[in-house]
Ligand binder design. Structure first.
Ligand SMILES: [Fe+2]
Length: 353
């Protein structure tokens, strides 16, 4: 890739540009960027790493809990015939592959020496509720915490909390850059969960953060909420444009940014198609990523479809990540159409290094 010497681009954005839009709290304006580890002064780096994965509860549970999670998510919905082929041996093999897939994503995070990662995820009546649900929201606090508990196996939302380090300067750069590009995200400077206060930040963020060890490495993490279950939900084209805008915002800055799309692929937990996986849809999504045809993902959610409702709406998070790597081939790490996990499980990454 071509690297551009810092300071040579007239469009370069910095703290001065950030100030124009938001009269934020003093900590933002006074915060020094010395906490970030980007090498000083040589090159500008764009969003260097994209990641995407499912976050279905079974991904994070031992095999003995899979039947209870399956029952909790499918209830009395008639199940597809493939379920019978998913023996304990098959599921054990999947659990190994899931561990290897997350290990691959963790390795990518390490190797790309990120300064911060933006996690794109949805909220399912956790932080937001019908009292207020933004289509897009940026979290810009110094710190955030939430539970990784799986209620289907009796874990309480007040338990298993992890804390993640925020990075207000990166979050505000993101917010202001989006405003400049005709997006209107909500700004959250502190977390006040409306729907489930005891759970904190929702599962779309906490589960993948724990799987990637972000609570241990304390890699600065910026939650970017993109509504996928409850209106207003952005279209696929809007999600793709959002990803492109994010890449553009950070293109000329020194921070090495990662973006992680959390959710999907096809699934409908507790819905009328719970347990059914739309393999052709999932393969189509993954093929677009592998062929650098992410823009075609923007057609999703421009029409109504039974299988695009419910949890499949979380494919929006993947579209945002794909948009940040417009024209760049992604790498599909693995795909498992796991009816017992009630989800088409996908793992992928993109790199600019
Ligand atoms: Fe979810």
């Amino acid at each position: 890739m071509a690297l551009r010497a810092r300071g040579t681009n007239p469009r370069r954005r910095g703290a001065a540009a950030d100030r124009r839009y938001i009269a934020g709290p003093p900590f933002f304006f006074e915060k020094k960027r010395g906490g970030l580890s980007a090498p000083k002064g040589e090159f500008a780096m764009p969003v260097v790493l994209g990641l995407a994965s499912s976050h279905a509860p079974s991904l994070f549970a031992d095999i003995e809990y899979w039947p209870a999670i399956h029952k909790g998510l499918t209830r009395d919905v008639p199940q597809p015939r493939e379920l019978a082929d998913e023996t304990p041996e098959v599921i054990a093999g999947w659990i190994e592959r899931i561990g290897e897939a997350f290990a691959t994503l963790r390795r990518q995070i390490e190797e790309h020496r990120l300064d911060a990662v933006i996690i794109v995820g949805d909220d399912q009546a956790e932080v937001f509720s019908n009292a207020c649900n933004p289509g897009i929201a940026v979290y810009a606090g110094e710190e955030v915490s939430g539970s990784t508990s799986i209620s289907w196996i009796g874990q309480d939302r007040k338990d298993n909390h992890i804390s993640l380090k925020g990075e207000p300067s990166v979050a505000m750069t993101l917010l202001n850059g989006l405003l400049e590009r005709n997006f209107d995200p909500a700004l959250m400077e502190k977390l006040v969960p409306l729907a489930r206060p005891e759970g904190g930040l929702g599962h779309a963020f906490t589960r993948v953060a724990r799987a990637c060890g972000l609570h241990e490495t304390m890699l600065p993490t910026i939650p970017l909420f993109v509504s996928s279950y409850h209106p207003p939900m952005p279209s696929g084209a809007r999600c793709y444009a959002l990803g492109k805008a994010i890449a553009e915002i950070f293109a000329d800055r020194s921070e090495r940014i990662g973006i992680y799309g959390s959710g999907g692929l096809s699934h409908d937990p507790i819905g009328p198609r719970a347990g059914w996986v739309d393999e052709p849809l999932d393969h189509w999504v993954l093929e677009r990523i592998e062929r650098a045809e992410g823009e075609k993902l923007g057609h999703l959610f421009s029409f109504d479809s039974d299988t695009l409702r419910g949890g499949s709406g979380e494919i929006r998070s993947w579209i945002v990540a794909a948009g940040a790597f417009d024209g760049i081939k992604g790498n599909v790490v693995d795909y498992i159409p796991a009816r017992h996990a009630v989800t088409g499980l996908g793992f992928a990454y993109w790199s600019r290094d």
